[in-house]
Design a protein around this ligand. Sequence first.
Ligand code: FAD
Ligand code: MG
Ligand code: MG
Ligand code: MG
Ligand code: MG
Length: 548
Amino acid sequence: LGGLVLVAVDGDLIPVQAFTSTDPGEGKKKLVVLGTGWGGMSFLKQIDTRQYDVKIISPRNYFVFTPLLPSVTNGTVEARSIAEPVRRMLSSVDFYESECVNIDAVNKKLLCRDASNVRVKGKEDFEVDYDYLIVAVGAMSNTFGTEGVKEYCHFLKELEDAEKIRESVVDCFETACLPHLSDEERKRMLSFVIVGGGPTGVEFAAELYDLVSEDLASLYPSVKDLVTVTVIQSGDHILNTFDHRISKFAEEKFQRDGVTVKTNCRVLKVNEKDVLVKEKATGQEVHVPFGMAVWSTGIGTRPVLTKFMKTIGQTDRRVLATDEWLRVKGCKDVWAVGDCATIEQRKVVDDIAYLFEKADIDKSGTLEIEEFQRTMEKARERYPQLEVYLQRQKFRHVVDMVKISPGDAKEKAMHLNVDEFKKSLAQVDKQLKLFPATAQVAAQQGAYLAACFNALPKKDYKPEGPERIRGEGRHRFRQFQYRHMGQFAPLGSEQCGAELPGDWVSIGRSTQWLWYSVYASKQVSWRTRALVLFDWTKRLFFGRDSSR
Ligand code: FAD
Ligand code: MG
Ligand code: MG
Ligand code: MG
Ligand code: MG
């Protein structure tokens, strides 16, 4: 599956004991969660409802196990098998199936809308108050303003998208078999174009290839040789966020299978029957005809957040900026997790003068090595990039870096002035990394935040909490820290690539079995686990269902 990343959530997202609230809720703070995806559900799974009056708002009343979405596109797994009703997962909280359309952080009010098919006329909109708000609304597919994408391409983001793709693929085959079409029309019908060579696009291409070669080829013998699958990628390589061995393996496999990979190509426009592609190297523009096209190039902002960001001074951003405790910057009592947010970490270089002053305990104007060392120890919690840096560079190197010859070391190495101090830390902020938009990150953030909230009443928490290292007092919680558990790239034909912790790369059939077991174990309930296992088994014996 497209860039399948192992999801680091422990155990099931199943109701936990703590969720069954017993007291009447008086005096409890109103906590509202927007979204029932990875971030929202992982938070809700762990939040203690005895302490908070929890409400959930989301336009869909189910959670989707997104890593298996590409498998739904070819019928390897049924859509219903990867959806779990929210009300089943969380028995005693208020859930409103509606979309939040406005966040008013000043008055702490949300405007919500029943956007479903069934609603009471004139009563679509309602307001909900909150004391604390958790935004976990995820992101949307991004067209980057490319003309024709919305009209003519499929996305692969929601459960309905995957079902529509499945239907379209079979539809293309049936249409191509109609007697009155020309060969050229048949060929176009059976041309499948995927825009975007990231994990999702690649996994979808692989799933599609499997469907065609393993199932449809024998059912549609007259047209099977006309099928083409094309992946259009703007960068040099597909799967470019993966280890180069996996990326190379994927490219070679696609080549053997006859899946065309067009790298360094940009889609300028999508027409009804073809995409207009510009080859970056030559500047040449070519039309690639399609029967079905899938657009999978990245994520963009939901309108409700674009509007919200304007009101809190976060303009021209793609995602909400939060601090390291996941608090949304520019407003109070709002937190954000998952794809809709990014953590803006504090830079060491911005605080150099302050750090120096704090470190220089004897006010000598220079830092002795012990002072330096002690400061680094204290600061690594506040600046996680320092942690990575200090693991790689030992203090000895810091001394080397400020160009002190070993002979002087006794005298000079022990006395860094502020410029030398700055120089020694100049590279630290390069270790800052944005977390990827994955279920793995969203789930860890949700769990982290729930743990903070559960501990909050006991900890006399100050929401505008001061930052310890800046001398304004001690922050109550450790900042969010991400643990990367690795990622998978399923490549079809029972082949899979995986990057596991410790720079360990594995590719092949056995990795595919690892993938099966990891994704079976990560299912959110025994019900979906059973359904998914059943679907896999069913496919093994009977192939995929090709009815539309
Ligand atoms: P989501 O899970 O998208 O949840 C957003 C929730 O908010 C939804 O319930 C939505 O209905 C709701 N919502 C939307 N608008 C509103 C609104 N206005 N008001 C209230 N609620 C709203 N990640 C991995 O780690 N491993 C993988 O293998 C993997 N595979 C993927 C495959 C595909 C095809 C896709 C599309 C994604 C995949 N991802 C994977 C990425 C992963 O799904 C996302 O990073 C993750 O879902 C982000 O979680 P989230 O909670 O931020 O958003
Ligand atoms: Mg969510
Ligand atoms: Mg409704
Ligand atoms: Mg998502
Ligand atoms: Mg000193």
